[in-house]
Each structure stands twice: as C-alpha cells, then as structure tokens.
Design a protein around this ligand. Sequence first.
Ligand code: B3K
Ligand code: ZN
Length: 876
Amino acid sequence: MRTETPQPIRLSDYRPPAYLVDEVHLSFDLQPNATRVKARLQVRRNGDHAEPLRFNGERLKPVSVAVDGRVLAETERTIDGEFLTIPDVPGRFVLETEVEIDPENNKALEGLYMSGGRFCTQCEAEGFRKITFWPDRPDVLSRFTVRIEADRRFQHLLSNGNLMEAGDLPGGRHYAVWNDPFPKPCYLFALVAGELDVLEDRLVTMSGRTVELKIFVDPGMAPRAAYAMDALKRSMKWDEEAFGREYDLDLFMIVAVRDFNFGAMENKGLNIFNSSLLLADPATATDMDYERIESVVAHEYFHNWTGDRITCRDWFQLCLKEGLTVFRDQSFSGDMRGHAVQRIKDVKALRARQFAEDQGPLAHPVRPSSYLKIDNFYTATIYEKGSEVIRMLKTLIGPEAFRQGMDAYFERWDGQATTVEAFIACFEEASGRDLADFFAWYEQAGTPKVTLKSRYDEAARTLELELAQETPPTPGQPTKRPLPIPVTVGLLDQEGRTLAFERDGQAVDETVVVLDAARAKVTLSGVDSRPVVSALRGFSAPVLLETDAPAKDRYVQLAGDPDLFNRWEAGQDLARALILARAGGKPDEVNEERYAEAVGRALADQAADPAFKALLLTLPSESDLALAMKPADPAALHEAREALRVRLALHLNGELRHLHTGLQDLGEFSPDAAGAGRRALRNAALELMAANPRSDIADIAEGHYRAAANMTDAMGGLSALMQIGGQAYEAALEDFYTRWKSEPLVIDKWFAVQARDPSETALGRVMGLTAHPAFDAKNPNRLRALVSSFANFNPARFHDPSGAGYRFLADQILAVDGFNPMIAARLVDPLGGWRRYTPELGALMKAELQRILATKGLSKNVYELTSRALGEDGGG
Ligand code: B3K
Ligand code: ZN
C-alpha cells in the first residue's frame, strides 16, 4: 500500500509562473538509447519576487547546468527526479542545460520515445518535462528553435514551424534546424525522426498564400493517406468560411505513428496521429474509420486557432480548447455528412460516455477544480459535454452574436494563454447579455433531469407546458442550482403534420423555451388541435428528459417527426421501455409487435436517408440501457435486448432481406456519406437478420463476408457471423487472420470482434488471445482492441457472475501500469460504476478495485481513478 497520499492540484491555487522563457534553442543528438538534449533558454523573472527557480524535469540524466555561461557546481542546484531548483538566479539570464534520455526504453509513450524504429514525441499534458528541464505549464509561451542531428538512416528530421537549414555531417550523420515563429507552450512541441514516405499537396488560403501540406507515413503507405489529405484541405477551407480562420505557417505536416496513447495531437504545424486515425483505403478501413479520420483531422487542424494560437492558462481550462474544438469538428462533420445523422451519432456517444461518467464516482464539472493527474481529465465531460455547452451558448444568444463573440475572442486573446471566464466575457459583450448563470454549466457536474408536462385547452386553443429541472448530487457537490436549459419545442398534430402555434403573439413552427429556474410554465397559443409535443429537438441540451406524453405520441413521432433527431429518439424511447419492461420480468408482447411494425413503416419511407434508417434499426446499446435500470442487471438486459432483436428480425424478415439484396454496392467504392449510408443500412439489416434463428441466415452472413469488396462489408459479415457462432464464424476468423496478418490496423479489428462476442465461451477466448503472438500490450491500439473492447462493449461477458471478467481486467490494469500508467488508468473506468450494478456484481467489482489499490508501486494515474471509484482518498 502507498505510504504517502498524493496531493491534489487545485484551481484556486493558481499563481502566475515565477519565471518565463521567451526564447529557447534546443539541440537534439538522437541516439535510441542515449539521446543528448541541450537547451539554451532566455529566462526572465516574472514580477517582483525572490523565489528560487524551480523547473520540472523527470527521468532526465543531468549532464550539466549553467547560468550565463557558468557551469553550476552540484551544491548550487538541486535535481531530485521531479525538479531542477536553483536558489539564486538573476532577473534575466541564459540557462543552459544538457541531459541524456533513453527514448528506446520509454514505454509510457510520453516525452521522446520510439515507435516502429522512429523517434517521436508526445508532450501534452506534461511530457515535455521528460525531454528537458522546463517550466512545464501551458501559460509559459516561448519561441522555439530546434536543431536535430541523427544518423542518416533517420531520413526525415521534423519539428514545428519552418525548416531553416539542413545538411549532411561527417560520420553518416545529418541535421536540420527548425524555427517556429509563434510563441507556444511546451506541450505543443514536437519532433519526429525516421524513415517515412510522404504524400504532398498544397492549398491556397483565403488571402492567397500557398501552404505546403505533407503527410508522413510508414514506407509504402502514402496512398492510404489520400483521404486524410482530402479531409485536411476541406477542413482548412471550412475554417476560413465558418470562422474566418486562416492557416498561418507556410507548411503544415502530419505524421502517422503506430504506438500512440490516444487519437492524435495538435502540435503546432506538426500534428502527430495514431496511424489508426490517418490511414485508410477501402480494403483495410471501414466507413467508420473514414468518418473518424475526417473528424479527427479536422479537430487537430482546428486546434491551430483554438488551442495553439490561443491556449489554456492552466489545465483546469482544458475545455476551453477541447470542448470548443469538438464543437467545431462536430459542426464541420455535420456540414460534410448531414446534420441530423451527425447529431444522432454525437448524442449516442455523449450518452454512452459522458452520461455514464456523470452517474459514477468520477463525475466532474466541464471545468474541474482539482486533480491528481491531469492525464485522467481528458474525459467525455471535458470534450463532449464541453462541446454541448458551446452549442447551448450558440442556441441561447443566436448565431450572429455567437460569431461576433468568437471573432472577439480570436482578436483579443491571440498569442496568449487564457481562461473560460475570458472566453465567456466575449459572448457577454457580443450579445449584451449577462451570462453569469450560464457559467454554472462549467462548474456544476451531473446530468440535469428535466420533466415536462403539457396541458391542452381545447376551448382556449392553448398549450401549457410545465417544466422542471433537478440535478442529482455528484461527489463533492451535494446540492445543485438550476441551470439555464434551452428546450427546443415543436408541435405535431395526431397525423404527424407540423402544427403551427403562437409564442408571444408571433406565429412559429418551433420555439426555444429557456428553463432557467427550478420550474417554469410557458403557454403556447393558437394551437388548433390536441398536439403531440416534440421537445428537446436536436437534443438542444445535455439533459435527461421525461415527459408525461403517452406512448402513442412516440409512434406519431417515429412515423414522421420533421426533427429527425426526435424521430430517431422516439424509436429509441419505445425500444428502451420495452427492453426494460422485459428485463424487469414484465414483457409487453403486444407493444413489442407494435414497435416492430412501426419500425417497418419507418424503413419503408422512401424519402429517408439510408444512414438515418441504419440508426433507426439499431436498438439502444446494453450500456445505454444499464444507465436506465436501477440496479443494473447486465445479463437480464442482454437477454431482453436479444429478445426484442429476435422479434424485429422475425417481423421484418422480408424487409431486411430486401434491403440486404437491394443495397448491394455494385459500382466503385466511394467513402462519401451517401455510399457509407447505403453500406451502413445494408450491414445494419444483416446485423439484425443475424438474430433470426433460421438456418439460412448463417449462409447469408457467410456469403456477405466472402463477397465483401471492402472492409466495411467484411467486418459487417464477420460480426454477423460472430453473433451466429459455429463453424462458419471460426472459418471466417481464420480466413481473416491469414489474409490480413501483416496489416496491424486490420488485425486490431480481428481482436476487437472477438472481444465483443457475447457467447458463453468468449471470456476464455479473450484471455487466450492475450497469449496470441500478435497480441502486444505495449501497443495501445492492440491493447484497446482486445481489453477495452471486451470491458466496454461486451457487458454480457464482462459482468460474468463469477467475477472472472473483472479479475481479467484488473490483472491487465496492473500489468500495464508497470510501463504505461496513462493507458492503464483508462482501463479502470468499466469497474468504476460498481455502485450502479446488482449488489452481487457490485461487490465483485469493488473487490477488484480494492485489490488494485492495495498493490505496491501503483502509478498516480491508476491510484487517482481507483481511489475515487472506491470513494476513498487514501487507501491507507
Ligand atoms: N490534445 C490532444 C489530447 C492530449 C491527451 C493527453 N493525455 C488531442 C486532442 O484533443 O486533440
Ligand atoms: Zn483536441
């Protein structure tokens, strides 16, 4: 057990940096096991104080430290594994340090490390301190010049900014010098060195400047970067049009690496990507991969303004760049692929991850107020809920004021590190509104529950809406205040036609009701007939909505609510209620049948987009359902959900087969939204057909797999076969492996599909796969494919009543924590919700958390999440 309890960092303790670094010259002599880093910093005392200089530095082997050219004796400075401290320094001086680091043995993948024989870096949030001594905090902005020297087999030598100089050196070595004219925090520093192929293109910006675009990838992979390049160009143009933001350097580079802790990183002018989010061709990538590549390329590019040009004052302000940039990438994807479908997908992700977070021990506000390891706060709340908050802001003040506020923000804060308060102030000025109440969205954790009751008065032709809100307590926040919640409302008549009404004397089809107190009443007039209320259209606020509307209203909405989000939502609500009823021992067969019929009618709608229909066909996920069942019983939910799937499959047999045959892709593959939508619907049809117990279904699935001309269809076939099981599945798995064994990204999919198998034998299989020669826990993609997929997407088996699924996960966490704490900590989450499950399961989950916490030498990352999950702060 730990002997000392790590101390949290608090927002209220923020102090400006004691020393600033205006300029730095870094010089790297790259050797896999012994890289030398020389740093020459122009340091300046910030303010009038006599504090010693204290710079971060971890896992650095010091060689020398000099102030203004004089090497300090060991008695004149302290280096303790966390800090370099120099008690006595002048007001302005040059600090020169030299250290040695070991990239080859850096398996935490933070700082400078090696992936696939190449050097690369990851510095956000606190990795730069593993490269050199530095005030490693985002509010120290410096101009970087970087010299890289290496053996010539490391063919490309890359860093941020513009290439100033390059050439050969004696002894088979070469060098390059880079300069980044934009001051930046050290977390945006990047370096890459190695043998890479490059895909090049260029783009003329809105002011007529030509920007060189280069994507560096593993040798032979350049053609697979074509889609990312296309997405990059579209993103650059979109940011000019939607936000007036132009790219600022002459060169923009992206590098793909195989070993990366998360998706991608927005280093200034040199984005580094997990190769899974960059490389795609029809044979090896699914439509979902294409979609994610497009959105992540956009996200990292958009950071150039929201993150790089304007950064965060401290890590508590993380949502300032992340929530805002997610909002920007979601808007972009909506423009590219259709707003309704995009919105549904975004809300599904929000509910699955963020709502779950809010219901667990790790619930925290969009702007948290304390942490142990900032790595643990790259959460769905900061990202996804952070984006929802911006979206509500735009709804509340309107698009013009929103754009004006953004313009003011870019203008005022360019080149600086700032806060959420400063950001919101720009919108207060632009809209002339007091946003003090709105700010509570940043400070209060938890998902508000909104209830809506409606009363129609036929004689007066009025509809009274009575709204109320309540946010349940979250750890550390026992009482909650009301938030301003925009609820977009429209009305339908009983036939599903739009019903116009009046609000404050104005005739409208839709209105935004702002619920800004615990309860409120609003009266809509001119309502000609008893309406169906379509509320929270487009999911206008991240809340749980409960209404007193009868189920029949949902059927009207499912048949034709013009708000496609609510049309989809109506189907999900109906399905959720039926599954929960069955899981609770009260199956409602009549309405199950009615629901199947309604889905059939919705599928027949010729006007509806296939991508939308694919979403209609998919039932709420088991983890979504688990949030609605108290206490959650994953086995009962799995069975009940399967039962509804079987009913749908039987009832819609004809339609599904028809879709499956009719939507076959005959022409050339196109990754665009239209092509992807058709494939999504065809694969969703197959997925549902797989629930049909009839024997010819296995043949159809096998045929689908064998005939697949692209990875989307191959995976559609393989996962349908996985559900059916048996010989055909085993044969397909073997075929798939043999065919793709030299393609790591495809083999990740092979692991993931097996991890999601809900059949009884799957846990044994998953455990066996950890010994497979292709399994490598040191590669985060591979680990995620097997272990996270199992724990997050296979509730039926993860929650095995024996507790074996939990034990497996805890063993993995402990093993991975030995070399990669950031990744180990991400695996804790599935155990964190133990209080939401049946007492038997909860106790088994808790026991595994306790076993983890009792382990010696635990990282701060895993310690923080485990102790919080247990509701303890120390663990003794
Ligand atoms: N800013 C990075 C995330 C860094 C995570 C560090 N643990 C990628 C992104 O959000 O764009
Ligand atoms: Zn980001």
